[in-house]
Design a protein around this ligand. Sequence first.
Ligand code: MG
Length: 364
Amino acid sequence: MKITGITATPIRVPRAGTFTSSLGRSAYTENAVVEIETDGDITGIGEICSIWDRKGRGQAEDINDLLAEVLVGRDPFRIAETHAVMDALLHRSYPAKAGVDMALYDIVGKALDTPVYNLLGGMVRDRVLLSHSLSMGEPEQVARQAADLVKKGYKTVKVKIGMDQRADLATVEAVRKRIGDDIVLRVDANMGWPTPKEAVRNIKALEPFHLELVEQPLHFSDLEGLRHVREHVDTPIMADESVWVPGDAIACIRAGAVDIFNVYLAEAGGIYPAAQIFAIAEAARLPCIIGSMPELGIGTSAQAHLAFAMRNLGYGSDVNGVVYHADDIIHETLRIEDGYILPPPGPGLGVSLNPDKVEAYRIK
Ligand code: MG
């Protein structure tokens, strides 16, 4: 089989509600849809998901203007080799590479008539535990969001912190009070704290509220600082912005910087390198979760296939980007029930593109 054409179409889809973190406010997601055509009558679909690096629009240009030309004519089954070709041509642009990677896995799965998780070692679980993030706001308003999610079946909620410690304390306290002790509570500082000592002091002040973990307390590059924090608090520390690609995971492990990795398909460059991060972490006896940009239906399905196949997936994952949006660009509705996502129907990624929706949300 040969690739005969690749296109990336940037889209802007409204969020279900404006989302605020220490990284900013988002009312829309700007991703891009990747379509890879073959001479075998199979078209694979992928999604470029990014809140960074010029978002879907800029990343789509990397595919349309650069990658498409070198990938046409190649065998879509040669996923590992295709990653080497993309990496040689383009230093970063991981979300664009991830869009290509997803579409290739979709093609291979469809050609073999099997779900993508079967290409990754097969299922190790029947459902994947989810976490849901709370948009920043007044403490009572954030607590209300948490209560609504618990009512929907969520067992893990994540509070976005890292802007103002007094406000953070008030918010975490309000949320914990509202959801009770049985619901898992985690916090994400999104690199918001300036020094290791300040991070330690802030985390210790939050520990009475029984946090599952603290995500990215310091700047992504401060691995020594993360190690200091990790050694001075009881709460596990999760790397998010510090781990994009497999090499970052090695650096974090060497530095003793973290207890958990938050792995993003978009930041790793796709399913293939994301699975490598899981393998590196597993060898170091560390768990990973899967994080969200947030993805629409195609990206969420790709995350789900990885989540069903990785042994060291621990804690709740953000494999539910679809629920952060007011609409989607696929025909199917991914099954999210009682705080878990269920396997996407196969073969390939198990979802199909709705061309009318793509046209409606296309960035012109
Ligand atoms: Mg994060």
